[in-house]
Write a protein that binds this ligand. Sequence first.
Ligand SMILES: NC(=O)c1ccc[n+]([C@@H]2O[C@H](COP(=O)([O-])OP(=O)(O)OC[C@H]3O[C@@H](n4cnc5c(N)ncnc54)[C@H](O)[C@@H]3O)[C@@H](O)[C@H]2O)c1
Length: 339
Amino acid sequence: MTILVTGSAGFIGSYVFDLLVSEGHNVYGVDDLSGGFMRNVGDKKRFIKLDLRDRRATARLISKLKPKIIFHLAADAHEGRSQFTPLSASDRNYSAYINLLVPAIKNNLEKMVLVSTMSVYGAGQVPFKERSMPMPESVYGISKHAMERVTVSLAKVYGFKHVIIRPHNVYGPRQNLTDPYRNVIGIFINQLLKGKPFYIYGGKQKRAYSHIDDVVPHLVKAAYLHSCEGGVFNLGSDEAVTLDFLSEEIIRQFFYDEKVPSNLLPRHIPARPFEVKYAYCDHREAKKYIGFEPKISLSSGIKDTIDWARRIGPQKFTYLEDLELDHHLLPETWKKKLY
Ligand SMILES: NC(=O)c1ccc[n+]([C@@H]2O[C@H](COP(=O)([O-])OP(=O)(O)OC[C@H]3O[C@@H](n4cnc5c(N)ncnc54)[C@H](O)[C@@H]3O)[C@@H](O)[C@H]2O)c1
Protein backbone atom coordinates (compact mmCIF):
# COMPACT_ATOMS: atom_id res chain seq x y z
CA MET A 1 0.00 0.00 0.00
CA THR A 2 1.47 3.34 -1.07
CA ILE A 3 1.40 6.36 1.23
CA LEU A 4 2.05 9.89 0.01
CA VAL A 5 3.25 12.73 2.22
CA THR A 6 2.92 16.21 0.73
CA GLY A 7 5.15 18.98 2.08
CA SER A 8 7.69 16.25 2.89
CA ALA A 9 10.71 18.58 2.67
CA GLY A 10 9.07 20.95 5.14
CA PHE A 11 9.34 20.99 8.89
CA ILE A 12 6.48 18.78 10.11
CA GLY A 13 6.11 16.81 6.84
CA SER A 14 9.72 15.61 6.94
CA TYR A 15 9.18 14.07 10.40
CA VAL A 16 5.93 12.45 9.28
CA PHE A 17 7.76 10.97 6.27
CA ASP A 18 10.65 9.67 8.43
CA LEU A 19 8.34 8.12 11.00
CA LEU A 20 6.32 6.30 8.32
CA VAL A 21 9.55 5.00 6.73
CA SER A 22 10.81 3.80 10.13
CA GLU A 23 7.53 1.89 10.56
CA GLY A 24 8.25 0.06 7.29
CA HIS A 25 5.63 1.69 5.04
CA ASN A 26 5.96 2.23 1.30
CA VAL A 27 6.13 6.04 1.37
CA TYR A 28 6.72 8.77 -1.22
CA GLY A 29 7.13 12.45 -0.52
CA VAL A 30 6.41 15.51 -2.66
CA ASP A 31 7.30 19.15 -2.15
CA ASP A 32 8.05 22.11 -4.42
CA LEU A 33 10.81 23.30 -2.06
CA SER A 34 9.25 26.76 -1.79
CA GLY A 35 9.50 26.53 1.99
CA GLY A 36 11.21 23.16 2.48
CA PHE A 37 14.81 21.99 2.17
CA MET A 38 16.49 18.98 0.57
CA ARG A 39 18.45 18.54 3.82
CA ASN A 40 15.13 17.54 5.45
CA VAL A 41 14.53 14.78 2.90
CA GLY A 42 15.57 11.45 4.43
CA ASP A 43 15.18 9.24 1.36
CA LYS A 44 15.95 11.20 -1.80
CA LYS A 45 14.96 8.28 -4.07
CA ARG A 46 11.42 8.53 -2.74
CA PHE A 47 11.19 12.28 -3.12
CA ILE A 48 9.49 13.97 -6.06
CA LYS A 49 9.78 17.69 -6.63
CA LEU A 50 6.28 18.80 -7.55
CA ASP A 51 4.28 21.98 -7.31
CA LEU A 52 0.73 20.95 -6.42
CA ARG A 53 -0.55 24.13 -8.10
CA ASP A 54 0.33 22.39 -11.38
CA ARG A 55 -2.90 20.46 -11.90
CA ARG A 56 -1.74 18.26 -14.79
CA ALA A 57 1.57 17.27 -13.24
CA THR A 58 -0.20 16.48 -9.98
CA ALA A 59 -2.79 14.31 -11.74
CA ARG A 60 -0.01 12.48 -13.63
CA LEU A 61 1.90 11.70 -10.46
CA ILE A 62 -1.16 10.56 -8.56
CA SER A 63 -2.26 8.20 -11.33
CA LYS A 64 1.25 6.71 -11.29
CA LEU A 65 1.60 6.31 -7.51
CA LYS A 66 -2.06 5.55 -6.72
CA PRO A 67 -1.65 6.38 -3.01
CA LYS A 68 -4.09 4.72 -0.63
CA ILE A 69 -3.32 7.14 2.20
CA ILE A 70 -2.29 10.76 1.85
CA PHE A 71 -0.86 12.92 4.64
CA HIS A 72 -1.40 16.40 3.28
CA LEU A 73 0.95 18.97 4.79
CA ALA A 74 2.03 21.08 1.80
CA ALA A 75 0.90 24.63 2.45
CA ASP A 76 1.57 28.30 2.51
CA ALA A 77 1.31 28.34 6.30
CA HIS A 78 1.90 32.07 6.84
CA GLU A 79 -1.13 32.98 8.87
CA GLY A 80 -0.06 36.54 9.75
CA ARG A 81 1.15 37.26 6.23
CA SER A 82 -1.87 35.78 4.46
CA GLN A 83 -3.83 39.07 4.56
CA PHE A 84 -1.03 40.56 2.46
CA THR A 85 -0.48 37.49 0.25
CA PRO A 86 -4.05 36.20 -0.23
CA LEU A 87 -3.37 34.78 -3.72
CA SER A 88 -0.58 32.57 -2.45
CA ALA A 89 -2.62 31.58 0.62
CA SER A 90 -5.51 30.48 -1.61
CA ASP A 91 -3.50 28.89 -4.44
CA ARG A 92 -1.09 26.94 -2.24
CA ASN A 93 -3.75 25.86 0.23
CA TYR A 94 -7.26 25.39 -1.18
CA SER A 95 -6.54 25.16 -4.94
CA ALA A 96 -3.48 22.95 -4.56
CA TYR A 97 -5.47 20.65 -2.30
CA ILE A 98 -8.28 20.23 -4.83
CA ASN A 99 -5.67 19.49 -7.50
CA LEU A 100 -4.48 16.65 -5.29
CA LEU A 101 -7.79 15.39 -4.01
CA VAL A 102 -9.59 14.93 -7.33
CA PRO A 103 -7.05 12.56 -8.96
CA ALA A 104 -6.57 10.81 -5.61
CA ILE A 105 -10.29 10.00 -5.49
CA LYS A 106 -10.15 8.79 -9.11
CA ASN A 107 -7.30 6.48 -8.13
CA ASN A 108 -9.13 4.94 -5.15
CA LEU A 109 -7.88 6.95 -2.21
CA GLU A 110 -8.76 5.19 1.06
CA LYS A 111 -7.81 7.80 3.64
CA MET A 112 -6.94 11.50 3.73
CA VAL A 113 -5.06 12.81 6.75
CA LEU A 114 -5.53 16.53 6.38
CA VAL A 115 -3.19 18.69 8.41
CA SER A 116 -5.19 21.82 9.10
CA THR A 117 -4.54 24.44 11.79
CA MET A 118 -5.91 26.07 14.93
CA SER A 119 -6.26 29.23 12.79
CA VAL A 120 -9.67 27.88 11.71
CA TYR A 121 -10.98 28.90 15.18
CA GLY A 122 -10.12 32.55 14.46
CA ALA A 123 -12.49 34.74 16.44
CA GLY A 124 -13.61 31.88 18.73
CA GLN A 125 -13.18 31.76 22.53
CA VAL A 126 -9.96 30.32 24.00
CA PRO A 127 -9.18 27.61 24.75
CA PHE A 128 -10.34 26.49 21.31
CA LYS A 129 -12.21 23.21 21.55
CA GLU A 130 -12.32 20.62 18.80
CA ARG A 131 -16.11 20.75 18.78
CA SER A 132 -16.32 24.57 18.62
CA MET A 133 -17.64 26.16 15.47
CA PRO A 134 -14.71 27.47 13.37
CA MET A 135 -14.72 31.24 12.80
CA PRO A 136 -11.58 31.81 10.75
CA GLU A 137 -10.55 35.39 10.16
CA SER A 138 -7.24 35.18 8.27
CA VAL A 139 -7.10 34.16 4.60
CA TYR A 140 -4.95 31.22 5.73
CA GLY A 141 -7.55 30.07 8.29
CA ILE A 142 -10.36 30.52 5.77
CA SER A 143 -8.52 28.44 3.12
CA LYS A 144 -7.76 25.69 5.63
CA HIS A 145 -11.33 25.65 6.83
CA ALA A 146 -12.52 25.34 3.22
CA MET A 147 -10.10 22.41 2.82
CA GLU A 148 -11.63 20.73 5.86
CA ARG A 149 -15.17 21.25 4.58
CA VAL A 150 -14.42 20.00 1.07
CA THR A 151 -12.81 16.88 2.56
CA VAL A 152 -15.92 16.09 4.58
CA SER A 153 -18.17 16.84 1.60
CA LEU A 154 -16.30 14.67 -0.94
CA ALA A 155 -15.66 11.88 1.59
CA LYS A 156 -19.41 11.58 2.06
CA VAL A 157 -19.93 11.20 -1.69
CA TYR A 158 -16.92 9.06 -2.64
CA GLY A 159 -16.53 7.02 0.54
CA PHE A 160 -12.89 7.62 1.52
CA LYS A 161 -12.02 7.96 5.23
CA HIS A 162 -10.54 11.12 6.68
CA VAL A 163 -8.93 12.56 9.80
CA ILE A 164 -8.42 16.28 10.40
CA ILE A 165 -5.51 17.39 12.57
CA ARG A 166 -5.22 20.96 13.85
CA PRO A 167 -1.72 21.49 15.22
CA HIS A 168 -0.62 24.76 16.79
CA ASN A 169 2.66 26.65 17.19
CA VAL A 170 4.91 23.68 16.48
CA TYR A 171 8.64 24.24 16.86
CA GLY A 172 11.86 22.21 16.95
CA PRO A 173 14.85 21.11 14.88
CA ARG A 174 14.37 21.46 11.06
CA GLN A 175 12.05 24.44 11.30
CA ASN A 176 12.73 27.05 8.66
CA LEU A 177 15.17 29.59 10.13
CA THR A 178 15.29 31.69 6.95
CA ASP A 179 11.66 32.80 7.17
CA PRO A 180 11.14 36.29 8.61
CA TYR A 181 7.31 36.00 8.42
CA ARG A 182 6.53 33.09 10.77
CA ASN A 183 7.90 30.79 13.51
CA VAL A 184 8.74 33.22 16.28
CA ILE A 185 11.05 30.76 18.07
CA GLY A 186 13.13 30.25 14.92
CA ILE A 187 13.32 34.00 14.26
CA PHE A 188 14.45 34.80 17.82
CA ILE A 189 17.09 32.05 17.86
CA ASN A 190 18.40 32.95 14.40
CA GLN A 191 18.82 36.59 15.43
CA LEU A 192 20.80 35.59 18.53
CA LEU A 193 22.98 33.29 16.41
CA LYS A 194 23.74 36.31 14.21
CA GLY A 195 24.70 38.30 17.31
CA LYS A 196 21.71 40.61 16.88
CA PRO A 197 18.71 41.41 19.11
CA PHE A 198 15.18 40.35 18.18
CA TYR A 199 11.99 42.43 18.17
CA ILE A 200 8.90 41.67 20.25
CA TYR A 201 5.57 42.97 19.01
CA GLY A 202 3.63 43.74 22.19
CA GLY A 203 4.61 40.75 24.32
CA LYS A 204 1.41 39.91 26.18
CA GLN A 205 -0.03 37.65 23.46
CA LYS A 206 -0.40 34.04 24.61
CA ARG A 207 0.34 30.87 22.66
CA ALA A 208 1.06 27.24 23.60
CA TYR A 209 4.28 26.23 21.84
CA SER A 210 4.41 22.56 20.89
CA HIS A 211 7.56 20.52 20.38
CA ILE A 212 7.66 18.53 17.14
CA ASP A 213 8.30 15.25 19.03
CA ASP A 214 5.04 15.69 20.94
CA VAL A 215 3.05 16.33 17.74
CA VAL A 216 4.21 13.97 14.97
CA PRO A 217 3.84 10.55 16.66
CA HIS A 218 0.25 11.40 17.57
CA LEU A 219 -0.50 12.78 14.12
CA VAL A 220 0.65 9.48 12.57
CA LYS A 221 -1.11 7.39 15.22
CA ALA A 222 -4.42 9.15 14.49
CA ALA A 223 -4.15 8.01 10.87
CA TYR A 224 -4.24 4.34 11.90
CA LEU A 225 -6.93 4.36 14.58
CA HIS A 226 -10.40 3.47 13.30
CA SER A 227 -11.83 5.42 16.23
CA CYS A 228 -10.26 8.61 14.82
CA GLU A 229 -11.92 8.35 11.41
CA GLY A 230 -14.10 11.37 10.71
CA GLY A 231 -12.64 13.16 13.75
CA VAL A 232 -11.01 16.55 14.31
CA PHE A 233 -8.08 16.76 16.71
CA ASN A 234 -6.12 19.66 18.19
CA LEU A 235 -2.48 18.69 18.68
CA GLY A 236 -0.07 20.73 20.75
CA SER A 237 0.99 21.89 24.17
CA ASP A 238 -1.39 22.73 27.03
CA GLU A 239 1.07 25.30 28.44
CA ALA A 240 0.01 28.75 27.12
CA VAL A 241 2.64 31.42 27.82
CA THR A 242 3.09 35.07 26.90
CA LEU A 243 5.52 36.12 24.19
CA ASP A 244 7.54 37.93 26.88
CA PHE A 245 7.87 34.68 28.84
CA LEU A 246 8.89 32.82 25.68
CA SER A 247 11.53 35.43 24.91
CA GLU A 248 12.97 35.20 28.46
CA GLU A 249 13.11 31.41 28.16
CA ILE A 250 14.96 31.62 24.83
CA ILE A 251 17.45 34.11 26.28
CA ARG A 252 17.91 31.88 29.36
CA GLN A 253 18.55 28.75 27.30
CA PHE A 254 20.73 30.55 24.76
CA PHE A 255 23.09 32.22 27.24
CA TYR A 256 22.66 29.69 30.03
CA ASP A 257 24.97 30.89 32.83
CA GLU A 258 26.72 33.63 30.80
CA LYS A 259 25.80 37.29 31.27
CA VAL A 260 23.45 38.46 28.49
CA PRO A 261 25.22 41.20 26.45
CA SER A 262 23.14 44.38 26.74
CA ASN A 263 23.10 44.86 22.94
CA LEU A 264 21.32 41.50 22.58
CA LEU A 265 18.44 42.25 24.94
CA PRO A 266 15.09 42.03 23.08
CA ARG A 267 13.58 45.25 21.70
CA HIS A 268 9.87 45.87 22.28
CA ILE A 269 7.79 47.45 19.52
CA PRO A 270 4.02 48.10 19.42
CA ALA A 271 1.74 45.07 19.00
CA ARG A 272 0.72 44.17 15.44
CA PRO A 273 -2.76 45.56 14.75
CA PHE A 274 -4.08 42.39 13.10
CA GLU A 275 -2.63 39.86 15.53
CA VAL A 276 -4.96 37.76 17.72
CA LYS A 277 -4.01 38.26 21.39
CA TYR A 278 -4.89 34.84 22.81
CA ALA A 279 -4.76 31.64 20.75
CA TYR A 280 -4.38 28.23 22.37
CA CYS A 281 -6.30 24.97 22.42
CA ASP A 282 -8.07 22.45 24.53
CA HIS A 283 -7.14 18.85 23.57
CA ARG A 284 -10.08 16.90 24.92
CA GLU A 285 -10.77 14.86 21.78
CA ALA A 286 -7.09 14.22 21.07
CA LYS A 287 -6.60 12.95 24.64
CA LYS A 288 -9.66 10.73 24.48
CA TYR A 289 -9.15 9.20 21.04
CA ILE A 290 -5.40 9.34 20.40
CA GLY A 291 -4.14 9.24 24.00
CA PHE A 292 -2.42 12.57 23.36
CA GLU A 293 -0.27 13.72 26.27
CA PRO A 294 2.40 16.36 25.53
CA LYS A 295 5.56 15.55 27.49
CA ILE A 296 8.27 17.98 26.39
CA SER A 297 8.60 21.11 28.55
CA LEU A 298 9.11 24.45 26.87
CA SER A 299 12.58 24.84 28.40
CA SER A 300 13.88 21.45 27.23
CA GLY A 301 12.24 21.86 23.81
CA ILE A 302 13.87 25.25 23.33
CA LYS A 303 17.23 23.91 24.44
CA ASP A 304 16.92 21.11 21.87
CA THR A 305 16.04 23.64 19.14
CA ILE A 306 18.94 25.95 20.05
CA ASP A 307 21.40 23.00 20.01
CA TRP A 308 20.23 22.10 16.49
CA ALA A 309 20.26 25.73 15.28
CA ARG A 310 23.83 26.12 16.54
CA ARG A 311 24.80 23.07 14.50
CA ILE A 312 23.38 24.48 11.24
CA GLY A 313 24.53 28.02 12.08
CA PRO A 314 22.96 31.44 11.46
CA GLN A 315 20.74 31.63 8.37
CA LYS A 316 20.05 34.56 6.05
CA PHE A 317 16.42 35.68 6.22
CA THR A 318 14.65 35.56 2.85
CA TYR A 319 12.00 38.17 2.11
CA LEU A 320 9.50 38.12 -0.74
CA GLU A 321 10.42 40.72 -3.36
CA ASP A 322 6.95 42.19 -3.03
CA LEU A 323 3.85 41.38 -1.02
CA GLU A 324 0.69 41.00 -3.11
CA LEU A 325 -1.03 43.81 -1.19
CA ASP A 326 0.61 46.68 0.61
CA HIS A 327 -0.78 48.32 3.75
CA HIS A 328 0.35 51.23 5.88
CA LEU A 329 0.03 49.04 9.01
CA LEU A 330 2.37 46.30 7.76
CA PRO A 331 4.52 44.95 10.62
CA GLU A 332 7.68 47.04 11.04
CA THR A 333 10.11 44.13 10.66
CA TRP A 334 8.61 43.26 7.24
CA LYS A 335 8.23 46.79 5.94
CA LYS A 336 11.77 47.80 6.86
CA LYS A 337 13.27 44.29 6.44
CA LEU A 338 14.78 44.72 9.89
CA TYR A 339 16.31 41.24 10.09
N1 LIG B 1 4.28 24.67 12.15
C1 LIG B 1 3.16 24.97 12.78
O1 LIG B 1 3.19 25.53 13.87
C2 LIG B 1 1.82 24.60 12.21
C3 LIG B 1 0.69 24.88 12.96
C4 LIG B 1 -0.54 24.56 12.44
C5 LIG B 1 -0.64 23.92 11.22
N2 LIG B 1 0.47 23.66 10.51
C6 LIG B 1 0.30 23.00 9.21
O2 LIG B 1 1.23 21.94 9.13
C7 LIG B 1 1.67 21.79 7.79
C8 LIG B 1 3.18 21.82 7.73
O3 LIG B 1 3.62 23.08 8.25
P1 LIG B 1 5.16 23.36 8.51
O4 LIG B 1 5.26 24.21 9.69
O5 LIG B 1 5.93 22.11 8.44
O6 LIG B 1 5.48 24.29 7.25
P2 LIG B 1 6.60 24.16 6.14
O7 LIG B 1 6.54 25.42 5.35
O8 LIG B 1 7.89 23.78 6.74
O9 LIG B 1 6.07 22.95 5.25
C9 LIG B 1 5.16 23.12 4.20
C10 LIG B 1 5.81 22.55 2.95
O10 LIG B 1 4.90 22.67 1.86
C11 LIG B 1 5.65 22.92 0.69
N3 LIG B 1 4.78 23.53 -0.30
C12 LIG B 1 4.19 24.75 -0.28
N4 LIG B 1 3.46 24.94 -1.38
C13 LIG B 1 3.58 23.81 -2.13
C14 LIG B 1 3.06 23.40 -3.39
N5 LIG B 1 2.30 24.23 -4.10
N6 LIG B 1 3.40 22.18 -3.85
C15 LIG B 1 4.19 21.37 -3.15
N7 LIG B 1 4.72 21.68 -1.95
C16 LIG B 1 4.41 22.90 -1.45
C17 LIG B 1 6.77 23.85 1.16
O11 LIG B 1 7.89 23.82 0.29
C18 LIG B 1 7.08 23.31 2.54
O12 LIG B 1 8.17 22.40 2.50
C19 LIG B 1 1.00 22.90 6.99
O13 LIG B 1 -0.13 22.37 6.36
C20 LIG B 1 0.59 23.91 8.04
O14 LIG B 1 -0.54 24.63 7.63
C21 LIG B 1 1.71 23.99 10.97
